[in-house]
Design a protein around this ligand. Structure first.
Ligand SMILES: CC(C)(COP(=O)(O)OP(=O)(O)OC[C@H]1O[C@@H](n2cnc3c(N)ncnc32)[C@H](O)[C@@H]1OP(=O)(O)O)[C@@H](O)C(=O)NCCC(=O)NCCS
Length: 238
């Protein structure tokens, strides 16, 4: 093979580099990937595979890194979100959905093994959080060689506050209006809303609660229910 053929093959193997919006660098190794980013995007985006889609509406922002590997995956961000962190989606036909009005200070989201991540509306995720549908490696039972740690989707309901340093592992289900205490390891499905989950592994430590972005001595009934209406969050609330 002569030099020019080799050089041609090498150039073909390189991703297409695009600068979309002022601060987004997109490295695209596929063909029919779509980044529909109308909002503020300060990110590196790496797309390996085809038919993948990222949606960021005009009222939302994302700062960080996104990697998608595989076919037909989607990252769908709702209106009025302010998100920072890293999203990694590897597999096929998986969807990471973030509901409207949700904020992430620094969250690593890993959607693997055909399992979706679904985060509700008006959630507040603090710093150093991991949300993962898989342990990334296999835990094997020696007796019969079977894998014990099967991947599973993660579902977080509306208006959930996740404290700093927490891990929401495979199979996590958190109903609406819950709080996850700092550095908790959540690894199963909970069914009761209005509770504090804390510890490692997380368990219910308080019942009959709600939470607010504002620091207030007392909230009226209406104020406690205000998150149910879809008014955008206000940074001054924090
Ligand atoms: C979840 C939280 C808000 C609850 O506050 P609180 O109601 O004042 O909690 P309490 O101190 O009354 O704790 C109730 C029980 O849960 C336990 N608990 C609370 N948070 C816990 C945590 N993160 N991990 C393990 N156990 C925890 C307490 O030890 C206590 O147990 P006990 O009754 O056996 O003594 C708070 O503990 C927390 O984790 N705050 C961090 C929030 C955060 O990350 N902020 C960053 C900005 S978003």
């Amino acid at each position: 093979m002569n030099f020019f053929v080799k050089a041609g093959k090498f150039i073909k193997s390189l991703p297409r580099v695009r600068f979309s919006r002022p601060f987004a660098i997109r490295l695209d190794w596929g063909h029919t990937n779509a980044v529909d980013a109308k909002g503020r995007l300060i990110a590196t985006i790496r797309l390996y595979g085809s038919g993948n889609r990222i949606e960021l509406p005009k009222t939302s922002s994302f700062t960080g890194h996104i990697t998608i590997r595989g076919q037909g995956n989607r990252i769908l961000i709702g209106e009025n979100c302010r998100l920072a962190g890293e999203f990694i989606v590897k597999g096929g036909n998986q969807t990471v959905t973030i509901g409207e009005g949700t904020t992430f200070e620094s969250v690593y989201v890993l959607s693997l093994e055909r399992c979706d991540v679904t985060i509700g509306r008006r959630c507040m995720f603090s710093r150093g959080i991991e949300v993962r549908t898989s342990d990334s490696h296999s835990l094997i039972r020696k007796r019969d060689g079977r894998r014990l740690n099967r991947a599973a989707p993660v579902v977080v309901g509306d208006h959930v506050w996740v404290g700093l340093g927490s891990i929401l592992n495979k199979g996590t289900i958190i109903p609406e209006d819950c709080v996850v205490g700092a550095k908790s390891f959540v690894n199963k499905a909970f069914t009761e809303s209005g509770v504090v989950l804390a510890g490692s592994p997380a368990a219910i430590v308080k019942r009959g609660v709600t939470w607010s972005r504002q620091r207030r001595r007392r909230l009226s009934q209406d104020e406690m229910e205000a998150w149910r209406s879809c008014a955008p969050f206000n940074d001054e609330d924090e």
